[in-house]
Design a protein around this ligand. Structure first.
Ligand code: G4P
Length: 544
């Protein structure tokens, strides 16, 4: 059989599977994660600049100025200077097609970050060199480690006074429990920043500040070049030689398999603002990461290069554009090719359909997608039928991707509308925001919809709820904090929650899907419930 025959056999909908494979292998899909102000937006913009996706060769559009970074679209983000929602961007570079998933930059939105990570094959973690891993972001970074995907670290702002690089690595190792392997090594920092030493090529890339242009002047000198001392100075040269000896002797060895399993993070030092080290980082990143990976479904795995299309919903966002009052479901394509006019099957809804207005979104810019491949993210118009975790696939396939876990909320409040005439908007708003996964809502058993119990992982989510209900649904609300600390899903199918013998401060509630749960004020009452109800199963995570 010759090559031509093979290509003929692999024909799928008039397209060669080999051609699909070629497209998929070019793809890289990663999430970018950082603590606020570490430089995630700046780094993203510089990456987009290399791909020609944005034209503005300017520094990051400052939050204090009138302009805003391309990935921040919601009012509340602009006001607070944090990313609340995640956005998706695509650009092409050197034959690769790269999808960047921006994540919320605050740990109160860790659950959203986790869902976004579910759609990514790797993550870039941006750390501010002067701060290291900050306390309030440990949780955010830990969800990244939980996903076991490759994490590539970019230690930013080396043009400012930074912590000792060994200390920075130790921080990452101790706090996140992941080994580090520096790919390059900084020579000084702040005013004394002279550049980085690339450990593989054994060359020094001398620091040249460049705020905007894509073409960066490159000054590359071999470590053995006698002119190096003149460029970086005697002290810095001696320091560098000592550091190299230490690193080569004591550091973790580079091991690509460990990187791919998320056990070892390659670390890059650079400065996004001055565009220093961004392109070498991007080039190395493309080598370190893989094309889209297979995805687990309930009864096996789905290979990206397959003769059928499949995707799952990882994010739903309503009212991205207030003028349109629309709702977009974001899906990650897991296998095959998506064609704009194809008919697909929505597994959870048990329905055939055409995906309406498929689009790729870059901040507010939307572009209709004619075709997309495994690894890509598309947004589709959602008339209220999709939920997070839903599977969409070719009509002749019927399988389901594994669900996305729901984090147990840690803060609870009773929420009701100020104006009782606005009941309809209140119910619609809280339900829609809950369907997006921005909050979780519960109902006390046998209670009406006048008030709902809202559970959140981080308290800032309450602010988002209040703000969005006011701005998008025109409803003012009263939020009353509740003393509950723990929530558990009842795992038994055959238990009537009303018949459970519980401590007096334990509350019986129901979620949007009708699952029964219990709210506890202390561990003591959880133990009490388990001891007084033989066979009761209490689960810490729900599944969407
Ligand atoms: P974030 O998305 O992670 O929150 O961070 P962002 O990129 O918005 O950067 C936060 C601040 O840090 C910005 O300054 C940005 O200019 C600055 N910054 C980012 N990368 C670097 C770097 O490599 N070196 C230095 N020196 N600064 C960097 P800002 O004052 O908050 O905003 P602006 O008014 O200056 O734009």
């Amino acid at each position: 059989m010759n090559n031509c025959d093979i290509r003929y056999i692999l024909t799928y909908g008039g397209i060669f599977l080999a051609d699909i494979a070629e497209q998929i292998n070019k793809r890289r899909t990663f999430a970018i994660i950082s603590h606020p102000d570490a430089g995630k937006t700046t780094l993203t913009e510089k990456l987009l600049l290399y791909g020609g996706a944005i034209n503005l060769a300017g520094s990051v559009k400052g939050k204090k100025t009138a302009k805003h970074a391309v990935s921040d679209w919601m009012e509340i983000e602009k006001q607070r200077g944090i990313s609340v929602t995640s956005s998706v961007m695509q650009f092409k570079y050197n034959g690769y097609c790269i999808n960047i998933l921006d994540t919320p930059g605050h740990q109160d939105f860790s659950e959203d970050t986790y869902r976004t990570l579910m759609a990514a094959d790797s993550a870039v973690m941006v750390i501010d060199g002067s701060k290291g891993v900050e306390n309030q972001t440990i949780k955010l970074f830990k969800v990244c480690v939980m996903r076991h995907i490759p994490i590539i670290t970019f230690i930013n702002k080396m043009d400012r006074d930074a912590k000792n690089p060994f200390e920075l690595l130790e921080d990452i190792e101790n706090v996140l429990g992941i080994n580090t392997c520096p790919v390059n090594w900084p020579i000084g920092s702040g005013k004394e920043f002279k550049g980085v030493y690339d450990r593989k090529s054994k060359n020094v890339l001398a620091f040249t500040a460049n705020n905007g242009q894509k073409e960066v002047e490159k000054d590359v000198i071999s470590i053995d070049d006698p002119s190096l001392e003149g460029i970086i100075g005697t002290d810095k040269k001696n320091e560098l030689f000592d550091d190299i000896e230490l690193l080569d002797g004591a550091g973790d060895e580079f091991d690509l398999q460990a990187v791919r399993k998320g056990e070892l993070t390659p670390v890059f030092f650079g400065s996004a603002l001055t565009n220093f080290g961004v392109e070498p980082f991007l080039e190395e990143f493309l080598q370190l990461t893989t094309p889209p990976l297979p995805r687990e479904c309930l009864d096996g795995v789905v290979e990206p290069v397959s003769d059928f299309f499949s995707a799952f919903v990882f994010k739903i966002q309503a009212n991205m554009n207030k003028a349109h009052r629309d709702r977009i479901a974001f899906m990650r394509i897991c296998s095959g090719k998506f064609d704009r006019n194809m008919e697909v099957y929505h597994v959870q809804g048990n329905k055939k359909m055409k995906l309406s207005q498929p689009q790729q979104i870059m901040a507010q810019e939307r572009e209709v997608v004619e075709e997309a491949y495994a690894g890509d993210i598309i947004g589709v118009f959602d008339p209220g039928i999709f939920s997070i975790g839903d599977t969409i696939c070719s009509v002749n396939q019927k399988f389901q991707f594994k669900g996305i876990p729901t984090f147990a909320p840690e803060h609870f409040a009773l929420v009701r509308q100020k104006d009782t005439m606005k009941r309809k908007q209140f119910i619609k708003g809280t339900n829609q925001i809950a369907q997006e996964g921005a909050i979780q809502i519960f109902q006390e058993l046998d209670a009406g919809m006048e008030e709902v119990i809202v559970g959140v992982v981080g308290v800032l989510q309450f602010d988002v709820l209040k703000y969005r209900l006011e701005n998008e649904y025109n409803v003012d609300i009263i939020l009353e904090g509740l003393p509950y600390q723990f929530i558990r899903w009842i795992g038994n199918d055959d238990i009537d929650p009303k018949k459970l013998d519980l401590a007096s401060d334990t509350k019986r509630i129901q979620d949007l899907k009708g699952n029964y749960l219990l709210l506890f004020t202390s561990y003591w009452s959880i133990t009490w419930a388990l001891e007084h109800n033989k066979g009761l199963i209490l689960e810490e995570f729900g599944n969407v």
